[in-house]
Structures are given as structure tokens and as C-alpha cells.
Design a protein around this ligand. Structure first.
Ligand SMILES: [Fe+2]
Ligand SMILES: [Fe+2]
Length: 276
């Protein structure tokens, strides 16, 4: 029997919208097939979306064992980390788990650089994609049951909800109560105007982790992430927006708001525009 078999899905009832979650662990059903990723760094993707190779075809995946034992492992309770990784092994493919472990590590590195709490960064990094492979219907169902306010772009692209739903899974399945960690999970895809430095770190780590490749754009963005958190958020949003526009995909208004917020903070610090 799987660990979660004895805990039937708390949301899987006719009146799921009225359920106040979330005392029980939930049978989170993964999608048979991962939907196309909506907001991802536009600079390096493999055809199957896992971006395990850069444009030169060079493998950027370290082995699972190597990633599992990375230095970021020491910033979380080993029991919690093992429990999350065991759960992930049942709910996401190995390529996604490798990405998640790289995001965990990059989040810790950025947190240390900006004097943030590495434990919060490790937790948010490790749990940011818990719902990545949930079916679209399930994402909508869980989000609605939780009272998440849906934009029409969310309804048209339920995959975007994996960030909000991931925070719900982190809370319900793993008992995460730290709102800063939950916010960082919620904000990892679209950001949010006014988001915390921790959220910025996880947002950037998700887009810029080494498995994304080594294109000139990514190299520049990584460099920026080491110098100015908000400037890097602005520039990363710009890259995502360029990607979406080039492919005639919908743009979630929250990403534009995040971009404008980060741009505003950057210009306040280092004005570059001339007045005419
Ligand atoms: Fe994600
Ligand atoms: Fe991710």
C-alpha cells in the first residue's frame, strides 16, 4: 500500500468547494502527461520541457545521488527533507526531481548571498513544484476549494495554479506553517508585486538554476541575480514576457505587475532613464 492510500482525498467529494481542508493528507493525483510549461525561462528548453540539456546538447543534470547529497541538504531537518523527496519520487518524474533539487540548492546559495534564512530557502526550493504534475482539473478544484482568486488566464491555463496549489500541498501534506515559505512557493512562477526577498530568491532560482542551460541570456541573468535581487526579477520577467509574446501565448497580469514592481525598485536605486 502506498503511504497515502489510507488517506482518501479530502477534496475529492461533490462539495469539495466547501471543505475546509486540510487536516488529512490528500491523494494528490499526478497528471498522466505534464502540460506545457507556461512561464519558464525562455532561454533553454529541451523539446520535452525538462531542460536537462543546454542548447549545445550538454547534459546539465547531475545524478540524483549527487543532488540529494548537495550542501543545501544540511539546512533542513533530514526527516522532513527525506519525507518530501520520497513523496516527490512518487509524484514527479526524475528529471523534475533533479530540477527541484537544483532549485533547492540555488535558493540556499542566493539566500546566503542576501543574508536570508537558508532553511526557509531550502524548504521553499524543495517544495516549490509539488503540484507540477497535477491534472488541470485537480489544480482548478483544489484552488477553488481553497478560495484562490482565479484570473481568466488561470482558468485558461490551469497549469499556472501549480504554484498556489503547491503551497497548499506543502501545508497539508508536510505541515508547513511558515507563511514566508508558503508565499515563496505560491510566487515562484508569476512572482507578486511586493513579494519578499525570500520569494524573489525562489522565483529566480526556479528560472536560473544550472539545469536551465548556459545561453548568454541565462548567464547574464545569473550574474544579475548575484548583484541585485530586484533587478534580476525585473529582467527575468522581461525574458519570460518576450518568450510568451514571441509564441502568441497569454500573459498573466500578475507577471506584468511583478515586472513593473521590480523595475520600479531598481530604478529607484539606480536611475538610468533621462528626462526629456
Ligand atoms: Fe513551477
Ligand atoms: Fe520549478
Amino acid at each position: 500500500m502506498r503511504e497515502s492510500d489510507s488517506n482518501l482525498d479530502a477534496y475529492d467529494t461533490a462539495d469539495a468547494r466547501h471543505l475546509k481542508p486540510v487536516k488529512q493528507p490528500v491523494d494528490w493525483v499526478p497528471a498522466e502527461e505534464a502540460p506545457a510549461t507556461h512561464f519558464q525561462s525562455p532561454t533553454a528548453r529541451s523539446s520535452n520541457g525538462d531542460r536537462s540539456h543546454d542548447r549545445r546538447g550538454v547534459s546539465t543534470n547531475l545524478s540524483f545521488d549527487h543532488l540529494y547529497a548537495s550542501s543545501s541538504a544540511s539546512f533542513m531537518s533530514p526527516e522532513l527533507r527525506d519525507r518530501v523527496i520520497r513523496w516527490l519520487r512518487r509524484h514527479v518524474p526524475i528529471s523534475r526531481l533533479q530540477h527541484i533539487l537544483r532549485v533547492e540548492q540555488f535558493s540556499v546559495e542566493l539566500a546566503q548571498r542576501y543574508h536570508l534564512d537558508p532553511e526557509q530557502a531550502a524548504q521553499a526550493g524543495l517544495m516549490h513544484d509539488l503540484a507540477k504534475f497535477f491534472k488541470p482539473q485537480r489544480l482548478l478544484q483544489v484552488a477553488q476549494a481553497e478560495g484562490v482568486v482565479l484570473d481568466p488566464v488561470d482558468v485558461a491555463n490551469p497549469h499556472l495554479l501549480h504554484a498556489a496549489v503547491g503551497a497548499i500541498v506543502a501545508r497539508d501534506e508536510f505541515g508547513i506553517q511558515d507563511e514566508a515559505v508558503l508565499d515563496a512557493i505560491r510566487n515562484h512562477t508569476l512572482g507578486c508585486p511586493g513579494m519578499s526577498a525570500l520569494s524573489c530568491v525562489v522565483f529566480l532560482a526556479d528560472s536560473l538554476e544550472p539545469g536551465r542551460g548556459d545561453t548568454p541570456e541565462l548567464v547574464a541573468l545569473r550574474q544579475s541575480s548575484q548583484q541585485d535581487l530586484y533587478r534580476a526579477v525585473w529582467l527575468t520577467c522581461d525574458e519570460s514576457l518576450r518568450y510568451l509574446i514571441a509564441r502568441a501565448q497569454q500573459i498573466h497580469p500578475r507577471m506584468v505587475l511583478t515586472r513593473n514592481w521590480a523595475l520600479g525598485l531598481t530604478h529607484k536605486k539606480t536611475p538610468t532613464s533621462r528626462s526629456h
